[in-house]
Design a binder for this molecule. Sequence first.
Ligand code: SAH
Length: 349
Amino acid sequence: MDPIALIDELYEKNNLSDEGLLYLLDHMDQRHQHYLVERAHDTRMRVYGNRVFMRGLIEFTNYCKRNCTYCGIRRENDKVERYRLTPGQIMKSAETGYGLGYRTYVLQGGEDPYFTDERLAGIIEAIKSRFPDTALTLSVGERSRESYQRLFDAGADRYLLRHETASRELYEKLHPGMSYDNRHRCLLDLKDIGYQVGAGFMVGLPGQGNKHLVEDLRFLKSFRPHMVGIGPFIPHHDTLLKEEPAGTVSQTVTLLAMVRLLLPEVLLPATTALGSLDNLGREMGIQAGANVVMPNLSPTEVRDKYLLYDGKICTGDEAAECRQCIEGRITQAGFAIDMTRGDHPGWRA
Ligand code: SAH
């Protein structure tokens, strides 16, 4: 097999056999990666042009009932200073974001039982009635179908729930007490209810090989999410995985490019984790087909408490600084920011 021919096939058909995907990952050198990134860039230009959508991220609680082995805010990490934003603080962050031009908010948090359906629905309704021209994305983990329905009815538009890894074996190893099937049930329910749904995975997880990554790509191709979050695994000093090596920028970039080719219309963030591993990580992601960034709108007092991994960037910056910084970076890299809601093209408004 010839990697260049495989990249051409992936580019033309937006698909490739599992064997082809594995061969590509196994044989990716600099020259092939350069070609792959070029094809992915060409595809994003055709579908979206050079625009990069901005989403304002509000990290509203770091309480979590889960124990994901890689995550800094896992339940058993008793060194974390826990916080919860009040509805007033959340609204204030949204107001700041609106003033800076954001038209999409992402409410993200640990799985915090304090945020019952009633409390979350109240917050969603308040934001959506105050700012009806915005899109609201939730990222609060696994809930029941009834709960997802209730939050959707309250006005939530989108939901991010990474599948984390499509390998059942690896998933179960990294998520003690959690169910692979339930995570996938959640993703199916969210889509069925009518959310724009984001799945995604980490790159460089301990025990992960290229064959697992092929499973991730195959899952994404068949599930067809509207959004895909991909970031490198980065160890956190207070977890059992603290001695494990981080994923690499290069492999993350390769996978971003492959996802752009498999799902040409997908909304694909250049993640904070990628920017945390390398000062120019997000720019490299954008050049490889990523078309979303999610600058932080959380109050600065809580920023460094939402630490999922070590070395997270932008924990000291005000929302306005983040907005400016990211705009500078995007334009410097030859792209343009887009402050509109940025729905998926296949989305019926
Ligand atoms: N509780 C929510 C939000 C999770 S935090 C949920 O379950 O969806 C968002 C993402 O951060 C996770 O989905 C995971 O992929 C990523 N993450 C967590 N710990 C990480 C680490 N150590 N390195 C890189 N990414 C991490």
